[in-house]
Ligand binder design. Structure first.
Ligand code: 6PG
Length: 243
């Protein structure tokens, strides 16, 4: 696990954009194409905007990047709650990326069907793999320790076969679909982006609590590299030296 602490939210956005840019560039140079699963929520928005800016200053051929989502709310694609909508507004509509490279997690009609369909797309893109090996998965951290749409006490946390599953979130009274834990953990690189004072307590619990995992974010291990990109406010309560 590698922890990078940036001075503030702006520094985190710039640093995370650079990290994503470098990770995608290396993957595309190595394999001819790169795959990224975007996170939703509010934290990544600044990073996505900085990534769009960076893409105009440095060379990344987005034609060789396939964009997926780690989870999605089961709402229309133009709904302000949609992670797809947020990513388009802050990044995807600001860069030259072919529309066919964007794989929206559509589930507003029916979460189960949406999850099944998305899994079929992933299985066609990652054939002969036990789970999809994304080059990079971006994740956030909720104040209850959820990540993607892996919320505490939800059935999806026990899923060991499916790559994508529907999840009803009681506290939000809403349906989502999400990559499952084994699908997330199969990634080459997983990067959490965590910003702000409000996340300090759950971040300390996630990174420094001893004993078995008590919430979903602690169960993310990543086959490859696990990175935590945070700002000083979010890291305010951290005590142990982290590599
Ligand atoms: C979502 C995300 C979710 C998010 C956390 C943190 O769809 O909302 O997948 O896991 O990353 O809830 O959200 P903030 O960045 O808004 O704090």
């Amino acid at each position: 696990m590698k922890l990078q602490i940036f001075p503030d939210a702006e520094g985190l956005a710039l640093g995370a954009a650079e990290f994503i840019f470098e990770t995608l560039s290396k993957a595309a140079a190595h394999a001819g194409s790169a795959s990224i699963a975007l996170s939703g929520g509010s934290t990544p928005a600044r990073t996505y905007k900085e990534l769009a800016e960076l893409s105009h200053r440095r060379d990344l051929d987005w034609r060789h990047v396939k964009v997926y989502w780690g989870d999605e709310r089961c709402v229309a694609a133009d709904d302000p709650q949609s992670n797809f909508h947020m990513a388009r507004a802050t990044l995807l509509d600001l860069i030259s990326i072919p529309r066919q490279n964007l794989y929206h997690m559509a589930c507003e009609d029916d979460p189960e069907t949406g999850a099944w369909r998305y899994e079929q797309i992933l299985r066609s893109h990652f054939p002969d793999q036990a789970f999809p090996q994304f080059d990079l998965i971006l994740l956030g951290l909720g104040d209850d320790g959820h990540t993607a749409s892996l919320f505490p006490d939800t059935q999806i946390l026990n899923e060991r076969e499916r790559w994508v599953a529907p999840v009803y979130v009681p506290r939000l009274d809403s349906w989502r679909i999400s990559l499952t834990l084994p699908a997330i953990n199969a990634a080459s690189t997983v990067a959490f982006l965590v910003s702000g004072e409000a996340k300090a307590s759950i971040l300390k619990e996630t990174l420094e609590a001893s004993g078995p995992p008590t919430h979903p974010a602690q169960k993310v291990e990543a086959q490859g590299e696990l990175h935590w990109l945070i700002d000083e406010s979010a890291g305010r309560l951290l005590e142990k030296p982290h590599p």
